[in-house]
Design a protein around this ligand. Structure first.
Ligand code: MLT
Length: 265
């Protein structure tokens, strides 16, 4: 269903018991809430699973296409205001992790626990910024399709690329279905985001960091370092998965997530 927040309508999906512990899933770039399908179906037996399409991606409005990380966080907080679920477990993958980290920095009281998957707390270095400028050129000149082919090769793990052509196609299709203007806006938001590493050291809630063993974009060493920064942090490495661990090996990802949620009581 669509929900009007700030100046745009965002696609929002809710599954599971209304009185279950609320878990908000924030997808990565350039995907949409469908990347969480396997978590929604597996965990909605017990948990109130909430997810949405970040503005400009999936079925959410593109608006003016000029985004910042602050605007993404404004949308997330507006969604929480609207649904009023009380403190939630935030779970963000990659760009979703950037959004969650900044939301934890701005309004920590909104969160009961945090799950960061295949992401990083550091801001972009110069090489990454220039890479994003190139990506914007490709998006403007050739659209989402051209971007999809190169990104899918980098994002998916070697095991998925070799053995799971259905997943490769699903991911490619998800990337292609996006509006290039919304994707450009997301790149601008990521280029200009701040370093949120200090949030980890100050976290007062449990943190689980999940990472694909074959993630070359945000590798396991970085995940271990993030978990080590937090007073109550743990890391789980998902075998046979790259940067999209939730989608590439959902069984292992869901086991780690369920165990973490169960331990929250
Ligand atoms: C993502 O999966 O969200 C992207 O890899 C994030 C990024 O481009 O930094």
């Amino acid at each position: 269903m669509k929900i009007q927040l700030n100046d745009v309508a965002l696609e929002m999906v809710e599954r599971g018991p209304e009185d279950g512990l609320p878990v908000v899933l924030i997808h990565g770039f350039p995907f949409d809430h469908r990347m969480w399908d396997r978590q929604l179906s597996a965990l909605s037996d017990r948990y109130r699973m909430l997810t949405y399409d970040v503005r400009g991606l999936g079925r959410s409005d593109v608006g003016d296409g000029q985004y910042t990380m602050e605007l993404y966080v404004d949308d997330l907080l507006a969604l929480l205001d609207e649904l009023d679920p009380g403190p939630v477990v935030g779970c963000g993958l990659s760009m979703g992790g950037y959004i969650l980290l900044r939301a934890l920095e701005r309004e920590p009281e909104r969160f009961r626990a945090a799950v960061l998957a295949d992401t990083r707390s550091t801001a972009d270095d110069d090489e990454t910024r220039l890479g994003r400028a190139d990506a914007i050129r490709v998006l403007k000149a050739e659209g989402a399709g051209a971007y999809a082919d190169s990104f899918v090769e980098e994002a998916l793990g070697a095991t998925t690329l070799a053995e799971r052509s259905d997943v490769v196609e699903e991911v490619r299709e998800m990337v292609r279905s996006n509006d290039p203007g919304g994707m450009t806006g997301a790149q601008l938001a990521m280029i200009s985001r701040t370093d949120t590493t200090a949030v980890l050291t100050e976290l007062t809630v449990p943190l689980l960091v999940i990472v694909g063993a074959e993630d070359v974009l945000t590798p396991p060493e970085g995940a271990r370092a993030m978990a080590a920064e937090a007073p109550d942090g743990a890391v789980r490495v998902v075998p046979g998965a790259g940067h999209l661990s939730a989608l590439e090996n959902p069984e292992a990802f869901n086991r780690a997530l369920r165990e973490f949620l169960q331990n929250l009581g």
